[in-house]
Design a protein around this ligand. Structure first.
Ligand SMILES: [Zn+2]
Ligand SMILES: [Zn+2]
Length: 398
């Protein structure tokens, strides 16, 4: 792996690690990435980027032109942390109670910034490089807001690229897949409206508890009976709330579910069936189901051409044994899907190592013991530099 790291990146690695750990110690939640955004913008400005701020609040876009070529590509990093109490015990652990970089966005930001610096110092490409530092990747759709606020109209580009670290996958390895790579993620809120009463007189009430139980069971048939067995689909009910006392039938019960699919058609079908089943079950029991459906993140679809390019560059650089060219789809969802709805491109995985930092026991992202592996930084930064140079060709390094 060592030979894969570019010399300029290697020289900047101590600084990159220090930056990553500084970001880690000062995590900021979605749309509150004020200090992080300031720091990103100041660095880009220093290195000669044209810096634009304010998209989606704390978003930063940096533009760097070299030569007069027409090609324009965008690279994206996410900046937000999670509402988790850190439990790593690391010297640079979060200084802010209840907030933690538990998804490695500190690492994504540090790696892209370092690539930005090398590309500004050395060039080696011909065209316009566009760097997108987005807020609120976790749940709140910072990428969607940037798109809605005119990201691609103001800063047009031919293709957009993003990466994410993955614990359990070795450092120096890259994984990707053309087509649908990550499922959509939608949320359903079902409110069962009944008529409360005395638990000893159920005939004088309309019981939303029994109806909610029927709805929970009926929804299990959506995936098993209404979707093609070859299609991935998930309906999981994660919350059910209603009532307080054993002898009181409540007025209402609320259910919350997460719904995922890898094809837009399946996503639509799930919505239809969930709504129909919940309403019909409630009706047969004399209550009413109010179904509130939140379309959240769409299916993340990697473009075939650009995925082929990333695959080719990664294989040429790291060797075929370090690239998983046709990974199985992941089950998590990604805000980057909104960018890929607008522009073709590729989202790929970089290994975060087989052993996590948590007392060598290893753990996944979103775990209080997780830490981004600093050994990944030079790999990710080098890959960004190589990708830009390969895709936008141009003059060799001076
Ligand atoms: Zn996350
Ligand atoms: Zn993440």
């Amino acid at each position: 792996m060592a030979q894969a790291v570019l010399p300029a990146v290697r020289a900047l690695t101590p600084e990159m690690v220090a930056l990553r750990q500084r970001l880690h110690a000062h995590p900021e939640l979605a749309y509150e990435e004020f200090a992080t955004s300031d720091q990103v913008a100041a660095c880009l400005q220093d290195w000669g980027y044209e810096v634009h701020r304010g998209l989606a609040g704390t978003g930063v876009v940096g533009l760097l032109r070299r030569g007069d070529g027409p090609r324009r590509i965008a690279l994206r990093a996410d900046m937000d942390a999670l509402p988790i109490q850190e439990a790593t015990g690391l010297p640079y652990a979060s200084r802010i109670p209840g907030r933690m970089h538990a998804c490695g966005h500190d690492g994504h930001t540090a790696a892209l910034l370092t690539a930005a610096r090398v590309l500004a110092d050395e060039g080696g490409f011909d065209g316009t490089l566009q760097l997108i530092f987005q807020p609120a990747e976790e749940s709140l759709g910072g990428a969607r807001r940037m798109v809605e606020e005119g990201l691609f109209e103001r800063f047009p580009c031919d293709a957009v690229f993003g990466l994410h670290n993955m614990p359990g996958f070795p450092v120096g390895h890259i994984g990707l897949r053309a087509g649908a790579f990550m499922p959509s993620s939608d949320t359903v809120h079902i409110i069962v409206h009944g008529r409360g009463g005395h638990g000893a007189a159920p005939h004088d009430s309309a019981d939303p508890v029994v109806a909610a139980a029927h709805i929970v069971l009926a929804l299990q048939t959506v995936v098993s009976r209404n979707t093609d067995p070859r299609d991935m689909a998930v309906v999981s009910i994660g919350a059910i709330h209603g009532g307080d006392a054993p002898n009181v039938i409540p007025d209402r019960v609320e259910l919350k579910a997460t719904v995922r699919a890898l094809r837009p058609e399946v996503r639509q079908r799930l919505r239809e069936r969930i709504t129909e089943l919940a309403e019909a079950q409630a009706r047969t029991l004399g209550v009413r189901a109010e179904v509130i459906y939140h379309w959240r993140y769409p299916v993340l679809v990697n473009d075939a051409h650009w995925t082929g390019e990333v695959r080719r560059i990664a294989t040429g650089w790291l060797g075929a044994d370090h690239v998983m060219p046709d990974m199985a789809p992941l089950t998590g969802s990604e805000d980057f899907a909104f960018l890929l709805e607008q522009r073709p491109g590729c989202y790929f995985i970089v290994g975060n190592g087989l052993i996590g930092a948590y007392s060598q026991g290893g753990c996944m992202i979103h775990n209080p013991g997780y830490d981004f592996n600093d050994a990944v930084l030079p790999v990710a930064a080098s890959f960004w530099v190589r990708l830009v140079r390969e895709v936008m060709g141009g003059p060799a390094r001076p």
